[in-house]
Design a protein around this ligand. Structure first.
Ligand SMILES: NC(=O)c1ccc[n+]([C@@H]2O[C@H](COP(=O)([O-])OP(=O)(O)OC[C@H]3O[C@@H](n4cnc5c(N)ncnc54)[C@H](O)[C@@H]3O)[C@@H](O)[C@H]2O)c1
Length: 261
């Protein structure tokens, strides 16, 4: 077991990549805290983990609220006595913004969840991870941390093209990763950033339900398929475990070759 008896907090754990990560980490021996804005989904995933014989605690909260971010970290400590791993998977794209919202509102919302949310939960988590003797933080960046949105892909119901806040939010998550890695290395906290290609999940559902967009985006991945949440959970497991002991401040690109072209 690669995470035996480690305590892991997974934000956005109620769906997609976060859910797959919670299930995998628990199978690898971790006690998981499943945090999500959608209380029902956090509970359902925790139940799934327990049904498979693992240990899990759900917590409802909004990563953009300092109070909720702190409560997520406290939930781990009160349930399991410590925190050693944080996976910042809570995130949204411009497509999740309220339909018809003004562009500057969409901007604040996406930057708020993806960047401020990652920062806030990490802010409270580092103290506890340091107290536990160290550990790992895994941030969810994107290939959009590294490259621009592809031409011709309509996002946010077609009202906005690639000129949107998702890439800047994910680019900044990678820079935050580097800063945190350098800052917390002496406290034995490693911080890395996964940069996934397009993954089939509720986040991309609206976009990928359009057969034309689906085909065009699939073709952009030389491996010939889109990613699965499990593809990314496997990378998160590597970064959370001691197998990546000499990695910190690094992007881990898991994109079926998207950015190699
Ligand atoms: N799906 C992809 O193609 C893809 C690609 C690259 C990166 N990512 C990143 O991976 C992460 C997970 O994406 P996913 O595909 O699993 O998406 P998802 O929509 O399936 O899951 C995201 C979860 O985050 C939760 N969430 C949203 N706002 C929140 C908030 N304010 N506070 C707490 N929880 C909140 C949602 O309720 C949801 O359960 C995101 O950061 C996303 O940007 C996804």
């Amino acid at each position: 077991m690669r995470l035996k008896d480690r305590v892991a907090l997974i934000t956005g754990g109620g769906s997609g990549i976060g859910r797959a990560t919670a299930l995998l980490f628990a199978r690898e021996g971790a006690k998981v805290v499943v945090a999500d804005l959608a209380a029902k989904n956090a509970k359902a995933v925790a139940k799934e983990v327990r049904a498979a014989g693992g240990a899990a605690t759900p917590v409802a909260g909004d990563v953009t609220s300092p109070k909720d971010a702190e409560a997520m970290v406290k939930a781990a400590v009160s349930a399991y006595g410590r925190l050693q791993v944080l996976v910042n998977s809570a995130g949204i794209s411009a497509r999740q913004a309220p339909p018809g919202a003004p562009h500057e509102v969409v901007w604040d919302k996406v930057i708020g969840v993806n960047l401020k949310g990652t920062y806030l939960v990490s802010w409270y988590a580092v103290t506890e991870i340091a107290k536990a003797g160290g550990g790992a933080i895994v941030n969810l960046g994107s290939i959009m941390s590294l490259v621009a949105y592809p031409l011709g892909v309509q996002v946010w119901g077609g009202a906005m093209t690639g000129f949107n806040p998702y890439n800047p939010s994910k680019g900044a998550v990678l820079q935050l990763t580097r800063n945190m890695a350098v800052h917390f290395a002496k406290q034995n906290i490693r911080v890395n950033c996964i940069c996934p290609g397009f993954v089939v999940s509720p986040l991309t559902e609206k976009l990928l339900n359009d057969p034309e967009a689906n085909k065009a985006l699939t073709e952009k991945h030389p491996i010939g398929r889109l990613g699965t949440p499990e593809d990314i959970a496997n990378a998160a497991l590597f970064l959370a475990s001691d197998e990546s002991a000499f990695m910190t401040g690094a992007p881990l690109i898991v994109d079926g070759g998207y950015t190699a072209v």
